[in-house]
Write a protein of this length. Structure first.
Length: 64
């Protein structure tokens, strides 16, 4: 039986269309110095690049 890599399952999620989403890094501290534009863009989830997504999806055999 293939097991899910829990470290990957905690950091990524699969969108409704099957693409992998990630959080933007650098959004936990020093927020007073960041511009509103930076914070607004960082609050949205980003797509994982297709080249990286293939290997990550193999670690999530049963989805999330």
């Amino acid at each position: 039986m293939q097991k899910t890599k829990k470290s990957i399952a905690k950091r990524f999620k699969i969108s409704g269309r099957g693409k992998l989403l990630r959080r933007t890094p650098g959004f936990r501290h020093l927020l007073a110095t960041k511009s509103s534009k930076q914070k607004r863009r960082a609050s949205k989830d980003k797509l994982v690049a297709p080249g990286h997504a293939a290997a990550l999806m193999r670690a999530l055999p049963h989805g999330l």
